[in-house]
Design a protein around this ligand. Sequence first.
Ligand code: EPS
Length: 387
Amino acid sequence: MAFRFTTAGESHGPGLVAIVEGMPAGLELDRAALDRDMARRQLGHGRGGRMKIETDSVEVRSGVRHGRTLGSPIALLVANRDYANWEERMNPWPVDAEIEEVHLPRPGHADLVGMQKYGFRDGRNVLERASARETAARVAAGTLARSFLSAVGVEVRSHVLQMASVRSPEPPMDLAPEAFDGVDEDPVRCLDPEASAAMVAEIDRLRKANESLGGVFEVRAFGLVPGIGSHISWEDRLDGRLAGAIASIQSIKGVSVGEAWDVAGRPGSEAHDEIFHSPERGYYRETNHAGGLEGGMTNGQPLLVRGAVKPISTMTQPLRSVDTETKQPAQALRERTDSTVVPAAAVVGEAMVCLVLARAYREKFGGDSMDDVLAAIEHYKRRIDWR
Ligand code: EPS
């Protein structure tokens, strides 16, 4: 069965659901690790009041028995604690109460076009699903993909490179996975302590000015064998899948692979990663401009992907909009909100990269059980003499 996942759920509804299909049987899952990823997504200086209400935890409803996958679809449930405060407004069934509608679409949010497209007078019918709360379900699904990848020797890490106009120094292309240890303890998940302090100060400064902040994060994956993805068809090119997956995260406006935008301005001689071979190492490279992908396939180098996050579109000092009932000028909806979600978006980026890589590994190596998967990978590594 093909590896795939879907999510369901509204931000202030009863809860979120993720269903993951196509995991092999016999994968050992660590319950604590699932909740650890959920907690990492809630971190970051600049989040709002909602994160004090939620303590996200994953409940496994199917597909796992005594800590191991069964090969059947895995259903995951993440409760919305805030639903207790929204039971009337978000009840799946009619309620005996006057419910206020949202008629003030926020520029940058899905509100207006969603109301037009789906024929709603109440913007809440759109914004509840468009909300980045949905990413909790993606991270839940991503934890399963991460467990699978970890069993095949792949590790996925992330960090924040830029917060509004504050940029950290460019990290080296050859960072080891261990360089990311402790990044979750940093208030903005930045690897550079000086830049981190400047980012925190910038969040505080702009928050006081009623502004929201965007930024840039990077996800790196280590331990990939060469040949994941394929040059054969556009749908199988891994760069395309990764870009699509990252761009599908709420608030993302740009994706890059390797030194993308910089490479575009260089001569070819400075853009590519020359190929070497030694009896000890086999094939190897001394640079990684390509970010670990050539011809839509992993080349055995670390994978480097970045996402550009726009500032959150719910503003404490709302932008100009129009009342959809009266068509008169009005200020956009004002709601409790975060100042920035860039540190959280990096964790969601990890989840999406894990899900894309797990799918591509499942396609390449098949297998109904983990033993089958591991045997297929071993065979392949021997064939291409990969160490
Ligand atoms: C969000 C608005 C805020 C965020 C929410 C996404 O929620 P609320 O309107 O309840 O304050 O906190 O993100 C989450 C709840 C989450 O878990 O990430 C939005 O409008 O997108």
